[in-house]
Design a protein around this ligand. Structure first.
Ligand code: FAD
Ligand code: NAD
Length: 467
């Protein structure tokens, strides 16, 4: 039987990054993955394939909507969904192979099969053919991630009632698709198909889309997506969805309690994800779950079984790849005797629509309900020279600072490349910058980043230069 210092179960961004850091710190490391490819949800059916399709569909949208104004005449532009999916699959394969390369480079032993605890130091691995083997490990990290969630009445049949996994492998461009849930997945993957010509109708339980983000962002994004052809049914509670053979029929209750029926070719269920712990044999190792089905961990990500840790989507907190990665590094460094730290208040969140929405820190609503007195600066993207040059004029940048100290408490933006722009705010907030600190930094011209400076000027002394 092989013995390891540490074994990681699950090879998503949490697991594989933890493995690399453990190996870098001199631990004899193993990783167990039940699927044939490494990389988990993120690389196989999440972040990477969704962004590949978002980019392809954006090219198509630009060709059909914006090229002519740029003076580029193209005729007979067609979307070839088969080629889009093939390219996406190539990107996924290259990225997953990259993880395999990193495992080999760091001398990490990879086992393919389902990992299950026999006790807190022995793990059984069952491969696809049902062959079983066992390894022992001084420490383990559970990094088994999450799966799509759904509620009674909207059970995915994976044919017409589908989850993010199936929508990433569509064989056709539907004429109409219903999306249950106006969160990140619904809006990103809805955008892909809206740009390709699908009529997208979002059925959302709350009174706004992206309900956990700053309300200014929800409002702006609603405007942007309506322009892209999205239709929103807010305050609608889904009762049931049925596969009608060549389509779907959804019934929901609107705000007044009236029954509303909608038909479409497909229904994408995107109402969140749930932690995945099936088959792990947690009871054999004394690992407890909390009442949300997440592996219970303390501030050091240690489970109720002291030599077993857990990270990523399977534990509390944001279900984001970069959060999982930070937690993987944290556990590795802590086991090596270092004193790592994660600032959970400054984990940025991004919605990869176009323009993108990005956010860090607290929302205006959270700060106001905590009784904070605020200064808020906002700058419209359309006032930037760079935005007009590239015809990307939708969006706004909002900086929220403490009224008395001027410390930046939250930055929210909907802007071209907001996913990259937000990092200026993350760095500033990590060093507890004031809005004036950002406003006094020289920003390159012409860039979208000038909008961050202008919003900071607006927040600190209400003196933006270009509006
Ligand atoms: P996962 O990536 O879920 O990996 C867990 C792995 O464990 C899987 O490979 C699974 O097969 C394996 N496993 C489970 N049980 C066992 C077992 N018993 N034995 C062996 N292996 C096991 N996040 C972002 O930050 N940015 C994005 O743009 C983004 N886009 C997304 C788009 C979509 C469509 C989806 C679905 C998710 C997206 N996410 C995004 C979320 C992101 O994918 C997750 O937060 C991230 O993958 C979590 O990483 P993880 O390591 O915790 O788990
Ligand atoms: P989400 O939590 O972002 O959104 C779910 C939405 O569904 C919410 O708006 C919620 O109010 C709504 N909802 C819940 N129950 C409903 C019901 N019964 N009827 C109608 N609406 C209902 O979840 P998601 O979009 O499924 O994404 C899952 C996770 O994946 C998220 O936690 C996210 O962090 C991660 N993810 C991240 C990215 C990214 O970082 N860009 C992209 C995709 C997914």
């Amino acid at each position: 039987m092989s013995n390891f210092d540490i074994t990681i179960i699950g090879s998503g961004p949490g697991g594989y990054v933890a493995a690399i850091r453990c190996a870098q710190l001199g631990m004899k490391t193993a990783i167990i993955e039940k699927y044939d490819t490494l990389g988990g949800t993120c690389l196989n059916v999440g972040c990477i394939p969704s962004k590949a399709l978002l980019d392809s569909s954006e090219h198509f949208h630009n060709a059909t909507h914006n090229f002519a104004e740029h003076g580029i005449d193209v005729t007979d532009v067609k979307a070839n969904i088969e080629q889009m999916i093939n390219r996406k699959n190539d990107v996924v394969a290259q990225t997953c192979n990259g993880v395999k390369f990193l495992m080999d480079k760091n001398n990490i032993e990879v086992f393919h099969g389902t990992g299950s605890f026999v006790n807190n130091t022995t793990i059984k691995i069952t491969d696809k053919e049902g062959n079983e083997s066992e390894i022992t490990s001084k420490h383990s990290i559970i990094a088994t991630g999450s799966k799509p969630n759904y509620f009674p009445g909207m059970e995915p049949d994976k044919k017409r009632i589908i989850t993010s996994t199936e929508v990433l492998n569509m064989k056709e461009i539907p004429s109409k698709m219903l999306v249950i849930g106006g969160g990140v997945i619904g809006l990103e993957l809805g955008s892909v198909f809206a740009r390709l010509g699908t009529k997208i109708e979002v059925v959302e339980f709350e009174n706004t889309i992206i309900p956990t983000m700053d309300k200014t962002m929800s409002k702006e994004l609603t405007k942007v997506l309506k322009k892209e052809g999205f239709k929103f049914h807010l305050n609608h509670r889904v009762q049931h969805v049925k596969n009608t053979g060549d389509g779907v029929q959804l019934t929901a209750l609107n705000k007044k309690g009236e029954e509303v029926t909608m038909d479409a070719d497909y229904c994408l269920v995107a109402v969140g994800r749930k932690p995945f712990t099936e088959g792990l044999g947690l009871e054999n190792a004394g690992v407890k779950l909390n009442n949300r089905g997440q592996v219970e961990v303390n501030d050091n990500l240690q489970t109720s079984s002291p030599n077993i840790y857990a990270i990523g989507d399977v534990v509390r907190g944001a279900m984001l790849a970069h959060k999982a990665e930070e937690e993987g590094v944290y556990v590795a460094e802590m086991l090596a005797g270092q004193k790592p730290h994660i600032n959970y208040d400054l984990i940025p969140g991004v919605v990869y629509t176009w323009p993108e929405v990005a956010s860090v820190g607290k929302t205006e609503e959270e700060l106001k309900s905590a009784g904070k007195e605020l200064k808020i600066g906002q700058f419209p993207i359309k006032a930037l020279g760079r935005a007009r040059a590239s015809m990307d004029i939708m969006g706004t940048i909002k900086i929220i600072a403490d009224k008395e100290t001027d410390e930046v408490l939250g930055v929210h933006m909907i802007a071209p490349r907001a996913a990259d722009l937000i990092m200026e705010a993350v760095v500033a907030m990590e060093y507890r910058a004031s809005a004036e600190d950002i406003a006094r930094i020289c920003h390159p011209h012409p860039t979208y980043s000038e909008g961050v400076k202008e919003a900071a000027l607006a927040a600190t002394e209400n003196r933006p230069l270009h509006i």
